[in-house]
Design a protein around this ligand. Structure first.
Ligand code: PGA
Ligand code: ZN
Length: 420
């Protein structure tokens, strides 16, 4: 039985304020700390920030107060293992669809802490507690190597250049493969006389003259590391995050590094060009978040490449449903704080799986040392995980949690011929 909930304003991996909540029961307690995006979709559940002068307006004291004043009374006395009913009560307490009254940061703080407390009370790992019956396999990671866009504060417009270790059969092999590639890319950056400083998700962000140069650097790093840049060995994935360089008024994509400004057709052709030149297996947010017709069109022209919606689908059941009906995407990025509750998040994964779309469980660029998403991905057999680079503890805590789970469940990754 939930006795009390505490909440605090703490700092995330960018040093910005965020919400931490702790749920207390007589049999145990658990905490959850909420992440935050930088390249957020406009249809995400809304995080409430104080505004004003404190922390440049980013403070979350109102959200923290909302936890104690409104959310705690809504769930106190309930059985902590009734996640769905508790999440429903949290949504009702907020009363808005996008959680903009109390804040998705307040609501998810409690929802996540409830799940963690329930697993503790049951004395079982979160990845079995959240599993419908048996947990799935360890997800195959897609790992950020080079960063741009809003995560690098300059540099190329494309947000993430990632690698997918598709030739690896085990989790350990996957991580070592990526580590070796990342080290080789770092060496190449240093050889240019540039310091290999990292961006928000731990990827490198050296000066780049064009987008091709980033792809070529990845390719060179993979070869240096002794692997093949190929869809069945070390493949590429890209998060274009196109909404963030799309000029809505002019209806153009401004790729300033490449010195071009493209309309929808031009952007589609450019994306298809990348997939022809490089072993890309997954492409995320290649078009503006509300260009449904463009997404459908691109989906029809991509062959054997996963089309992944992040800002486009925002872990939202309705947008996912529409994408399923119209064939506008083949995979959905899953971020707990876009949805706002654990139950909504699980619902999106389930809906995707029923329809044959791949769920890719993802971190945010502003993260915390919370590993809930690693357990969640295993529990629901999500198959793919995207939590940033192999650097910075807020990333590594997720990868490291999977080493623990792999030791208990077995290290085998999902079949590489599965979606990605
Ligand atoms: P965000 O980035 O957390 O800044 O939204 C992650 C992503 O775009 O996948
Ligand atoms: Zn994204």
């Amino acid at each position: 039985t939930i006795e009390a909930i505490d909440a605090w304003e703490v700092l995330d991996s960018r040093g910005n304020p965020t919400v931490r909540a702790r749920v207390h029961t007589p049999d145990g307690s658990g905490t959850f700390t909420v992440p935050a995006g930088a390249s957020t979709g406009s249809h995400e559940a809304v995080e409430v920030r104080d505004g004003g002068d404190r922390f440049g307006g980013l403070g979350v004291t109102e959200a923290v107060e909302a936890v104690e004043a409104e959310l705690e009374p809504a769930v106190v006395g309930r059985n902590v293992t009734e996640q769905a009913a508790i999440d429903e009560a949290l949504l009702e307490a907020d009363g808005t669809e996008d959680l903009s009254r109390l804040g998705a940061n307040a609501v998810l703080g409690v929802s996540g802490a409830v799940a963690r407390t329930a697993a503790a009370v049951r004395d079982e790992p979160l990845y079995t507690y959240l599993a419908p019956e048996e947990p799935g396999a360890i997800p195959r990671p897609m790992v950020n190597i080079l960063s741009g866009g809003l995560h690098a504060h300059g540099g190329v417009e494309i947000q993430d250049f990632l690698v997918v270790p598709r030739g690896a059969d085990t989790y350990e092999e996957a991580i070592e493969t990526v580590w070796t590639v990342r080290r080789a890319v770092r060496d190449r950056i240093e050889e240019r006389g540039v310091r290999p400083l990292v961006a928000d998700e731990g990827g490198f962000s050296p000066p780049m003259e064009g987008i091709e140069e980033a792809f070529e650097l990845l390719r060179a790093g993979i070869l240096d590391a002794g692997f093949e840049p190929a869809t069945d060995d070390v493949a590429f994935a890209v998060d274009v995050a196109a909404t963030h360089f799309y000029d809505e008024d002019a209806e153009r994509y401004r790729l300033e590094t490449d010195g071009v400004s493209l309309d929808r057709e031009g952007m589609i052709d450019r994306v298809l060009g990348w997939t022809e030149s490089y072993p890309i297996v997954s492409i995320e947010d290649p078009l503006f978040e509300d260009d449904w017709a463009g997404w459908r069109k691109l989906a029809g022209r991509l062959d054997g490449v996963q089309l992944l919606g992040d800002d486009f689908l925002v872990t939202d059941r309705d947008r996912l449903g529409r994408a399923i009906e119209s064939g506008a995407a083949s995979a959905v990025l899953v971020k707990m704080n876009q949805a706002g509750t654990i139950t909504r998040t699980l619902g999106v994964i389930e809906r995707a799986q029923e329809a044959g779309l791949s769920p890719v469980v993802s971190a945010r660029s502003g993260e915390t040392c919370d590993s809930t998403m690693a357990d969640l991905a295993v529990a629901r057999g999500a198959g793919q995980l995207k939590v940033g680079s192999l650097a910075r503890s807020e990333r590594l805590v997720k990868y490291n949690r999977l080493f623990e789970i792999a030791d208990e469940l077995g290290p085998t990754l999902p079949n590489a011929s599965d979606p990605v």
